[in-house]
Design a protein around this ligand. Structure first.
Ligand code: IPM
Ligand code: MG
Length: 355
């Protein structure tokens, strides 16, 4: 059966990683069809919209979307892939690849996945002037005067819902069960949030996680306050399996996790909802190296393996992953962020040969 993948190559250096990965996927000859919705500046010039209906329709018809990082006008399509498609679980694995440029003395065995809640928290985008809150006359636990009397300023709303938390936490437990089939050690879910300070919002996140954990007695459950947890994650990253958290902490800690294995150039992500999923390297667009053909395509490659898995091509996913590991283990052809001097093309070619 043919599977259709909508490809949005992204901005700056992102297309330089995306294009060769798509070529590699094409060369597998497993019936993948690639379609290219026009978004961002190109679409704006032609249609007046950065995200025209036609692009949306192509995404809707496709089985999934493979998305390069965005810095600019293609951002509207990313927001559609998130809120339009209700993709609530942003899975960002962090795996030590032997041979990668980890700054740690003992990086062996790092293999965890951050599950970032993808739609709520401070990312609902409700912000404004503090004075707009005057009619509500809100005071807080730590301030006596109504918030709008604090001074001239702005507010942002952090929203944590019961339903939004429950589904991402359940997803995390299911993921831990799945991972347990191929991974050493017993499955564990760690939830992290700032429930000591944000007693209502993050307190709810923790309460729901604790409640859901009762349905998964085969999976260990533990929880930490997020600042303390950030330190633990750096000190003993091997201790973790699946780590679930609200949106903002997930955004920050998943980039930090990239540092554990040398760079965001290795950071893959798959973002799942109940009816759609899209796949995106978790690094940015790397404008500083755009046009040089040196961006590390590992993140895009590992992201593509998550996508293949989702589409039902587990065997091919595993093959690509093994090939990437082999190129790292040999160490002869690595991109500059990993201490080598190979170009993106040379790295991909090496992976192709290893396949
Ligand atoms: C990410 C990015 C995005 C986010 C930006 C580009 C909006 O940082 O995917 O982590 O904050 O979610
Ligand atoms: Mg981010």
């Amino acid at each position: 059966m043919i599977k259709t993948i909508a490809v949005i190559e992204g901005d700056d250096a992102a297309p330089e990683a995306m294009k060769p990965v798509v070529s590699l996927l094409e060369s597998l000859n497993i019936g993948l069809e690639f379609v290219y919705p026009e978004v961002g500046e190109i679409a704006e010039e032609k249609t007046g919209s950065v995200f025209p209906d036609e692009a949306k329709a192509i995404i809707d018809r496709a089985d999934t979307t493979f998305f390069g990082s965005t810095s600019g006008k293609s951002g509207a399509s990313l927001m559609y892939l998130r809120w339009g498609k209700e993709t609530y679980a942003n899975v960002r694995p962090c795996v030590y690849i032997p041979g990668c440029a980890s700054p740690l003395a003992n990086p062996e065995g790092i293999d965890f996945a951050i599950v970032r809640e993808n739609l709520e928290d401070l990312y609902v985008g409700v912000e404004g002037p503090l004075e707009d809150l005057a009619p509500l006359s809100l005071s807080g636990r730590n301030i006596r005067q109504p918030i709008h009397e604090l001074g001239k300023g702005r507010y942002a709303i952090k929203a944590i819902t019961e339903e939004g938390t429950e589904r991402v936490v359940r997803f995390s437990f299911e993921l831990a069960r799945k991972r347990a089939k191929t991974r050493e050690g017993s499955p564990k879910v760690t939830s992290t949030q700032k429930h000591n300070m944000l007693r209502q919002s993050d307190g709810l996140f923790l309460d729901i996680a604790t409640e859901v954990a009762k349905d998964y007695t085969d999976v260990e459950f533990e929880t930490y306050i997020v600042d303390d947890f950030a330190c633990r994650l750096i000190r003993e990253p091997q201790k973790y399996d699946v780590i679930v958290m609200p949106n903002l902490y997930g955004d920050i800690l998943s980039d930090a996790a990239g540092g554990l294995v040398g760079s965001l150039g290795l950071a893959a992500s798959g973002i799942y909802g109940d009816h759609y999923a899209y796949f995106e390297p978790a690094h940015g667009t790397a404008p500083d190296i755009a046009g040089q053909n040196i961006i590390n395509p590992t993140a895009a490659l590992l992201t593509s393996t998550m996508m293949l898995e989702y589409l039902g091509f587990s065997h091919e996913a595993e093959k690509i992953e093994k090939a990437v590991f082999r190129v790292f283990a040999e160490g002869a052809v690595l991109t500059p962020d990993q201490g080598g001097n190979a170009t993106t093309t040379e790295f991909i070619d090496a992976v192709g040969s290893a396949l």
